[in-house]
Design a protein around this ligand. Structure first.
Ligand SMILES: [Zn+2]
Length: 134
């Protein structure tokens, strides 16, 4: 399914209420508000990778995703345990510890594909430096 041609998604900044347009430079959509807040968004099943992307964009030094665990004996296959609640908990603990406020918002979204409506609703994780004005 090709989604690159869709219009950019807009959402409201939870810190200042401004309307922010999606930035499509990264693997996951990113929103940068003029107040300094940055958000990464993904469907709930990909939230760990979107959170890691946000951490990279902010230049921080922790991970929201879990370490990759080897499966079987080959060492070639691994599985990343995934726990959306733990991702959010990690962000809510680690961001304030580094001087960032964090918020979580939802962006409802769906596409109709071959007559079926598919829910692509996203969770957005926001971060803004606590010292930012506004
Ligand atoms: Zn803002």
């Amino acid at each position: 399914m090709e989604i690159d041609q869709e219009p950019l998604l807009e959402t409201t900044c939870p810190f200042c209420g401004s309307l922010v347009e999606e930035e499509r430079r990264y693997a996951y959509p990113l929103w940068r508000c003029s107040c300094g807040a940055i958000a990464a968004g993904a469907q709930p099943c990909d939230l760990d990778e979107a959170a890691d992307q946000l951490i990279d964009v902010l230049g921080l030094d922790f991970r929201a995703s879990q370490p990759c665990l080897p499966v079987g004996e080959s060492g070639l296959i691994c599985a990343t345990p995934y726990d959306a609640a733990l991702v959010q908990q990690t962000m809510e603990q680690q961001l304030p510890a580094r001087g960032f406020e964090t918020r979580r918002t939802r962006l409802p979204r769906s596409v109709t594909f071959q007559g079926r409506t598919i829910d692509l609703g996203m969770v957005l994780i926001w971060a803004r430096q606590s010292s930012a004005p506004g």
